[in-house]
Design a protein around this ligand. Structure first.
Ligand SMILES: Nc1ncnc2c1ncn2[C@@H]1O[C@H](COP(=O)(O)OP(=O)(O)OP(=O)(O)O)[C@@H](O)[C@H]1O
Length: 315
């Protein structure tokens, strides 16, 4: 009994480009019967930064581990680029504290049997450059800030050309500065053409960093779409401050606004109406308008509306 709320994918004209990653009915039931991921249908548009959003324990990591072949799905299927074109940061790679960032990347690169040793220097150099660590390449890892460490981990995921980058909670445990560095880096990577699939339990982070989001709740994907459509998919409401409450409510009703509520203020669903024309109609009918505002729901409102649950909005 899964209800998935699909919001428009954000391609108003013509056929949408083929997604970088899709899943169909992807399911993981752990031994003991617990369903961690329940028939999830993801569609991650090429070039997007897709925020895979959900509270702790909602099934994000298990989904990512299935995509990367680290755990076998119980059911369902998925399509994504060949693994050679996929960079991933799931559990941060182990770095040697006494080695430099560059030497650490060389170690990881050398461990990849598909990577040619002759081009290692160029690959490592490019990866460091891409995460902005060229100047600190020779510095020991233990002297890196938290943000630099996480950027190095992302560099490790970017050794070689990647169509898709999968990041599991990349800002977890970072200080505010490190968090900013990683968020900025994620956006830059996407601008350079790599699709980024990034999990987070922080709504505000997804709103800032992502173009698209999918919302997980106890193993189920309850909504996905562009951030704009997810936030705007719920009706915006107009709020009128006025002493003429009854008249204002009558005018809004006559204009065809839905769900008119008269309390201290008068509110209604704005629908396709322009706020200025609503204002003009009110004033034209002699309503004294002291204040008028339009309240657009945030992603948090959408989440609460879909799941009836609060959400961790720190970050
Ligand atoms: N190996 C396992 N065996 C049994 N249950 C598991 C296993 N791994 C995860 N789970 C359970 O599956 C559910 C989903 O966990 P998962 O780690 O995928 O969630 P998550 O959204 O990534 O949360 P978090 O951010 O805390 O990692 C949880 O209830 C978890 O306890």
């Amino acid at each position: 009994m899964t209800t998935i709320v699909e919001f428009e994918a954000g391609a108003p004209h013509g056929a949408a480009p083929s997604p970088a990653l899709t899943t169909k009915g992807l399911t993981k039931r752990f031994r003991g019967g617990q369903v961690a991921v329940d028939a999830v249908d993801l569609s991650v548009p090429r070039g997007s930064v897709y925020g895979f959003l959900g509270p702790n324990g909602s099934g994000k990591t298990t989904t990512i581990r299935m995509l990367l072949g680290l755990v076998a799905p119980t059911d369902g299927e998925y399509t994504m680029p060949p693994l050679a074109g996929v960079g991933a940061l799931v559990e941060g790679p182990a770095f040697y504290p006494y080695l430099s960032g560059e030497a650490n990347l060389h170690r990881l690169d050398a461990a990849d049997p598909t990577a040619s040793g002759r081009t290692a220097r160029a690959r490592v150099g490019q990866a460091l450059d891409r995460v902005g660590l060229s100047a600190a390449a020779g510095k020991r890892f233990r002297n890196y800030s938290l943000g630099m460490r996480q950027r190095l981990a992302i560099a490790a995921a970017l050794l070689g050309p990647r169509e898709l980058l999968v990041l599991d909670e990349p800002t977890n445990g970072l200080d505010p500065q490190g968090t900013r560095e990683v968020r900025t880096l994620v956006k830059e990577i996407a601008q350079e053409g790599t699709t980024v699939f990034v999990s987070s339990h922080l709504l505000a982070e997804v709103e800032q960093m992502c173009t698209h989001a999918g919302i997980m709740r106890t193993g189920k994907l309850v909504a996905q779409g562009t951030i704009a459509s997810l936030s705007g998919g719920r009706a915006a409401r107009i709020r009128i401050e006025t002493p003429d409450v009854a008249d204002a409510a009558r005018v809004l009703g006559a204009l065809g606004l839905a769900d008119v509520r008269a309390g201290g203020d008068v509110t209604a669903e704005l629908g396709g109406h322009a706020p200025e024309s609503v204002n003009a109609a009110l004033v034209g009918e002699g309503v004294a308008v002291r204040g008028l505002s339009v309240v657009r729901p945030s992603l948090e409102d959408v989440f609460v509306g879909l799941t009836g649950e609060g959400f961790d909005v720190d970050g």
